[in-house]
Write a protein that binds this ligand. Structure first.
Ligand SMILES: [Zn+2]
Length: 200
């Protein structure tokens, strides 16, 4: 037979266990950030917020004009592609001179620098010297994009994350550890292309 007190204690402990489980679950299955393709939705580029503006124009691309991210109405139905394309093209243009500077500092000679969708990775580097960066990385502030770029370029000298790699990176970017930690904290909260489905 349960004594009342021990039953209460049991339920109490059980409840704590359930809460802990739920919290852990929530962390694991945290919903990805979703965006709606409507006027006023906010998008982040190079660490700054911009509001989406659906515009009536025949243009076939997204443009950043006067602090607004202008999405032609006929593209709003397509889904994420016009926006992710805009991140790819703008990010690629923005990062080109940066990549040249970091290449000089790291004494590497990359082939192409491509901006694309890399799933859960910020960047990758091939032994052939090509570097790929995730379009989503261009939501980060420039100090963190610098970290991603320098990190991938450093791989052209050291393919693996051994002590030699961190030494190469540290010589070019002495505060890399702070940036790495910050990236781990803010990176998960960025938009990776999920569009909210409107249930009407
Ligand atoms: Zn790496």
């Amino acid at each position: 037979m349960w004594r009342l007190k021990s039953l209460q204690e049991f339920l109490e402990s059980k409840r704590n266990w359930i809460y802990t489980k739920l919290a852990a679950n929530e962390e694991l299955h945290r919903r990805p950030v979703e965006k709606e393709l409507v006027d006023g939705e906010s998008f982040v580029y190079l660490g700054r917020n911009y509001r989406l503006q659906i515009v009536d124009e025949s243009s076939n691309s997204v443009r950043l004009v006067g602090g607004r991210l202008r999405l032609p109405a006929q593209l709003a139905d397509i889904g994420r592609t016009p926006l992710t394309d805009w991140y790819r093209v703008s990010g690629r243009a923005w990062v080109a001179p940066k990549a040249r500077d970091w290449s000089e500092r790291l004494r590497v000679h990359p082939g192409t620098i491509e901006v694309t969708d890399l799933g859960r990775k910020w960047g990758s580097a091939t032994p052939g010297g090509n570097v790929r960066l995730h379009w989503a990385a261009f939501q980060l502030s420039p100090v963190l994009i610098d970290y991603v770029v320098a990190h991938e370029l450093a791989h052209l000298r050291e393919p693996h994350h051994g002590p030699a790699f961190w030494q190469v990176l540290g010589r070019a970017l002495p505060d890399f550890a702070e940036r790495k930690n910050l990236l781990a904290r803010v990176g998960a909260n960025l938009w990776f292309g999920e569009i909210a489905v409107n249930h009407k």
